[in-house]
Design a protein around this ligand. Structure first.
Ligand code: NAD
Length: 310
């Protein structure tokens, strides 16, 4: 597990590069557009020096030691040479991804693992043009992966267990937390859960029950306080004297009753949707988005530190 090739040097490609080199893995970064991989390198160097200054660097090595593991290539054949794991990070476009894997398979040995960062395309579609599908999986990161360590590992129907094991070992080596799905499913796990939260939040605001500001407070000052450390299952387990079984005996019927009152899937369009967007933009004007993103990342980094210490 020495060299990883990253294909696509955008937001996620650069983030993966930071994560892999922090765990001592050599990274070759490639982009189809000539010059982009090199400019990604400059941006990663800049990010590294900022992280070091803020004492937010991950891993055991200094920034310069980590950066010495990184190189850029404008040629796909050179980029994949020597790699045991390919992490694809190109546009979320099925045909583009299929073509990338078709090209890569023609250039690498049969033991090289092919992994996609796709957020919502099914592995069986992404890898449909690959001959040897037992070596394929999705490793779906959460943005920004350097600060939010979860990675979902989603198999193609033919992915071998050893490939999933190796991917999991790699993630663990570089400090990410991998969860494994037993089969592919639209939305994987994270987005299915996130979408359930989005749907009910949207309905509550749309139906005039609560404001945009307050629905966000329900999460940031309520549920989210616990969820950064324990998930919904352990939350329930801890909330009844005898644990989860007890919790369900006490609260299960109430949960079922409330769940059966949930409204239909929102369509996120129309005048009500415009009003919700307007309310959000009044709270955080679009020109403040980058400042808010920076604040989010600083807070996430402090949270990551607390989690590391506990
Ligand atoms: N942005 C997120 O929050 C997020 C989170 C998790 C997963 N993802 C997934 O990660 C992937 C990349 O997303 P992103 O936000 O980094 O996109 P991006 O637009 O920032 O970057 C895509 C990069 O891919 C390059 N590219 C396009 N076609 C290529 C090809 N054929 N060969 C090599 N390079 C090519 C582009 O030049 C660009 O640099 C997507 O599949 C996305 O769904 C994104």
């Amino acid at each position: 597990m020495k060299v990883v090739t990253i294909i696509g040097s955008g937001l996620i490609g650069r983030s993966w590069a930071l994560v892999f080199i922090s765990g001592g893995i050599s990274v070759k970064i490639y982009d189809k557009q000539p010059g982009l991989a090199s400019s990604a390198l400059s941006s990663i160097r800049q990010q590294m020096s900022e992280l070091e200054q803020k004492d937010m660097l991950r891993g055991e090595m200094s920034a310069s030691e980590q950066l010495s593991l990184l190189s850029a290539c404008d040629d796909l054949k050179t980029a994949v040479e020597g790699a045991f794991f390919i992490q694809e990070c190109v546009f979320e476009d099925l045909e583009v991804k299929q073509k990338v894997f078709l090209d890569v398979e023609g250039l690498v040995g049969s033991d090289v693992i092919l992994s996609s960062s796709t957020s919502c395309l099914m592995p069986s579609l992404v890898f449909s043009k690959v001959q040897q599908q037992s070596r394929c999986l999705v490793a779906h990161p959460v943005n920004p992966p350097y600060l939010v360590r979860l990675v979902e590992l989603v198999p193609h129907p033919l992915t071998s267990t050893s490939v999933m094991d190796t991917a999991q070992a790699l993630m663990s080596q570089v400090g990410q937390v991998a969860v494994r799905l037993s089969r592919e499913l639209d939305g994987f796990a994270l987005n299915r859960i996130q979408m359930a939260v989005i749907a009910e939040s949207w309905r509550l605001v749309q139906d005039g029950v609560i404001s945009v500001k307050d629905v966000d407070l329900v999460m940031s000052e309520g549920l989210g306080m616990r969820y950064a450390f324990i998930g919904p299952m352990e939350t329930m387990h801890l909330n009844a004297p005898q644990g989860l079984g007890d919790y369900m005996r006490r609260y299960g019927p109430g949960i079922q009753r409330v769940l059966s009152s949930f409204g239909p899937t929102p369509d996120f369009t129309g005048d009500q949707a415009k009003d919700i967007v307007k309310e959000m933009c009044a709270l955080v004007p679009p020109e403040q988005l980058s400042t808010r993103t920076e604040r989010r990342d600083q807070l996430l980094s402090r949270l990551a530190q607390i989690k590391k210490e506990n």
